[in-house]
Design a binder for this molecule. Structure first.
Ligand SMILES: Cc1cc2nc3c(=O)[nH]c(=O)nc-3n(C[C@H](O)[C@H](O)[C@H](O)COP(=O)(O)OP(=O)(O)OC[C@H]3O[C@@H](n4cnc5c(N)ncnc54)[C@H](O)[C@@H]3O)c2cc1C
Length: 385
């Protein structure tokens, strides 16, 4: 039987936006980096993501540490994208118009008011808009709009373009990507020795000093038992892609739906949030709900072509916060559990993982996201509860 054998300084498991961002930053340090993916690069949740970079609009969970990480990541976005676009000669579709949070009836307004209070407490900038001010900004909004909020600092990016740019940029700074290789960390004397697994008919044995596990919702299957507990679950998201005349410039959100306009004429409509395990089915009910809520906010969507339906699996930990940093196993780092925010958090995750791998201490920003916070595996005591 043939085998893929080799060595590198850092092996990254998972070529989604998070793994690629880590790999790009690590390769930028001059390290020899190989990324492994069991499918195609960028084919996991990152392929389905809407690409909103929106600490203000996503503040409802009111987790201060997460908002601080998101704000810091968004600050780094413009420079990061400019560098990626320059290195890869690929556009990422970064847009800066901001988001409109639109109320179509009283209960929407109450929800948006509650969000505004949270945003104020967290120091996030938003401005209340009247109905007329909303319609002045987006004339294709439904005339039923009664008011809402403008989040001027929210941004968006095209995650599909971003993952292509990351792959090209990574390769141009010396990194490599091995697709269709299903791997897990290999351990020797209690520390990481590299990765091993299968690539088609071949065995994979690659030595590496450092392994970064960035397998998205599938990270659990490569997580060594001795690294402690990783209570990860997939949260299914169904999402639609429409095509046709441009109807809006801002990201438009109601408490039921979001619409994200791309510069190539695509309009992304999302998304459901379902605790269904890895169920890949697109359901009629979800498509109907998404389209109905989109049509209520922007009636012109009825004229657009329904170009694509998609299902993605958000990687969510028990507390819905990411796990970024060293694990209980020397040389093994986690960059997973980014749930609804992996695209937004990609630059900061990559940069801080690179800082730690280079030997720096765990940055204060990451303390709440310690992968070891879920504890070690239970040791059998013989006592039956
Ligand atoms: C519908 C939807 C909308 C979203 N919208 C947004 C948004 O607007 N903004 C935002 O910031 N985030 C959004 N998200 C969340 C975002 O998509 C995720 O947080 C992010 O993509 C996670 O990236 P990742 O690289 O960790 O995982 P993924 O993109 O899922 O990549 C993981 C990769 O690891 C590979 N892999 C797993 N295990 C192994 C193994 N053992 N060996 C080799 N390869 C392996 C997989 O094949 C996969 O390619 C959305 C998600 C969904 C589903």
């Amino acid at each position: 039987m043939s085998a893929m054998v080799g060595d590198c300084d850092v092996a990254v498991i998972g070529a989604g936006v998070v793994g690629l961002a880590c790999a790009y930053e690590l390769a930028g340090l001059g390290l020899r980096v190989t990324v492994f993916d069991r499918g195609e690069a960028g084919s996991g949740a990152s392929r389905q993501a809407a690409g909103m970079l929106a600490p203000a609009s996503e503040a409802e969970a009111e987790d201060q540490a997460l908002v601080a990480l998101a704000v810091e990541s968004c600050k780094r976005y413009p420079g990061w994208v400019a560098e990626l676009e320059h290195t890869s000669q690929t556009r990422c579709g970064y847009r800066t118009e901001g988001s409109l949070l639109v109320a179509l009836h009283r209960s929407h307004l109450e929800e948006i008011d509650r969000l505004a209070q949270i945003q104020t407490r967290l120091g996030l900038a938003t401005t209340a808009l009247t109905r007329d001010e909303m319609l002045a900004r987006e004339s294709n909004l439904s005339p039923r709009v009664i008011g809402g909020l403008f989040a001027p600092e929210d941004r968006q990016i095209n995650p599909r373009w971003l993952t292509i740019a990351l792959q090209t940029a990574l390769c141009s700074v010396g990194g490599t990507i091995d697709c269709h290789a299903d791997v897990a960390p290999s351990l020797q004397a209690g520390r990481v020795a590299g990765v091993e697994g299968r690539a088609g008919a071949e065995d994979v044995h690659v030595r590496a000093e450092v392994v970064v596990l960035a397998g998205g919702a599938w990270s659990g299957s490569a997580w060594p038992e001795t690294a402690g507990s990783l209570p990860l679950r997939p949260v299914k998201g169904q999402i639609l892609r429409l095509r046709g005349a441009a109807l809006i410039d801002h990201v438009v959100r109601t408490p039921d739906i979001y619409l994200v306009p791309r510069e190539d004429g695509e309009l992304v409509v999302g998304a459901t949030s379902e605790e269904q395990g890895f169920d890949p089915a697109t359901t009629a009910g979800a498509v109907m709900d998404l389209l109905r809520h989109a049509w209520l906010a922007v009636p012109g969507v009825a004229e657009l072509e329904l170009a694509e339906t998609g299902v993605g699996f958000r990687p969510a930990l028990r507390d819905n916060l990411p796990a970024i940093g060293p694990t209980g196993i020397e040389g093994l780092y986690a960059a997973t559990g980014h749930y609804r925010h992996g695209v937004m958090l990609a630059p900061i995750t990559g940069m801080l993982i690179a800082e730690m791998v280079r030997g720096g201490p765990t940055p204060a920003l990451l303390k709440p996201f310690d992968p070891r916070r879920f504890g070690q595996p239970a040791v059998a005591t013989g006592v039956v509860p």
